[in-house]
Ligand binder design. Structure first.
Ligand code: 6PG
Length: 266
């Protein structure tokens, strides 16, 4: 049974899929006409979250073209509106390359967001892609462990931004490395299946321990994978993103029209 409930005021669709008596899928979904509308929503929600507390927000960024657009939007429209010094910036994953490399997720975030807002360097916790991956995964795990509050014996991020690849990967958890979803480590080394590039990624357990997880997905090329994951069809079992289900937090999917075009009723 699929239950769809529309919260009319802000157009969020609440989706729950039940199997027998167990709710196996539970997420909120919001579809936008374009990336500007989506970015405006994300930026406003981020501002609300920062304003709602005196504490620092621990935010994990993702790489990819969609976040890049959002970072630029934040700089253009929210540079002066958000108290950036109240945000600690982490990354959900990093490619094992130096921070000067165009493949670096840190470089992308630095050039498009961090260098253009007023944020102290001590709030920026980058993954050192230039270091030996296994050692860096361990070091970054310790940094996260020391800096974030804990629940369920695991660190709790306030917000994790995620994208998905056309193969269903999220962060750097790829379909042939589903074990990274369940590892007890905070960060692990992953290998991109096509390029063999090493990555450092948060593991599934830490992602699922977050207070808020937001998937941000745009473009027609993602419509098939989005449909599969969000309707929990048979193929979805192969995709890491399917297993992102917060243990106690909120999961929201922000899509543009194109990424949502195969979803029923759209
Ligand atoms: C990475 C990313 C990755 C990304 C997706 C979506 O480092 O590869 O973190 O998981 O989020 O590939 O990227 P797009 O926004 O470019 O579609």
């Amino acid at each position: 049974m699929i239950l769809l409930k529309v919260m009319e005021d802000i157009g969020i669709i609440r989706v729950k899929i039940w199997q027998m008596t167990e709710c196996i899928v539970n997420y909120d979904l919001k579809i936008f006409d374009d990336l500007d509308e989506l970015s405006e929503f994300f930026s406003t929600e981020l501002k609300k979250q920062v304003d709602s507390t005196d504490n620092k927000i621990n935010l994990a960024l993702s790489g990819g073209n969609t976040p890049k657009y959002i970072f630029k939007f934040l700089v253009e429209h929210f540079a002066k509106k958000i108290s950036w010094d109240k945000i600690n910036f982490f990354w959900g994953d990093e490619r094992c390359v130096p921070p000067t490399d165009d493949d670096s997720n840190y470089k992308m975030a630095y050039e498009n967001l961090l260098s253009k807002i007023s944020v102290p360097g001590k709030n920026i916790f980058r993954i050192k892609g230039e270091e030996v991956p296994e050692g860096e995964a361990k070091r970054y795990s310790e940094v996260i462990n020391k800096t974030l509050p804990q629940q369920n014996h695991l660190p709790v991020f306030d917000l994790i931004m995620l994208g998905i690849g056309e193969d269903g990967h999220t962060a750097s958890i790829f379909p042939d490395q589903l074990h990274l979803l369940y590892e007890s480590k905070i960060c692990s080394v992953a290998v991109h299946p096509a390029t063999t590039q090493k990555r450092i990624t948060l593991t599934g357990k830490v992602i699922n321990n977050a207070r808020n997880i937001v998937f941000i997905v745009t473009g027609k090329n993602k419509s098939k994978i989005v449909d599969s994951i969000l309707t929990y069809n048979i193929e979805s079992k192969n995709y890491p993103a399917t297993y992102i289900k917060p243990v106690a937090g909120n999961l929201i999917w922000l899509l543009d029209k194109e990424a949502s075009s195969l979803l029923k009723g759209n």
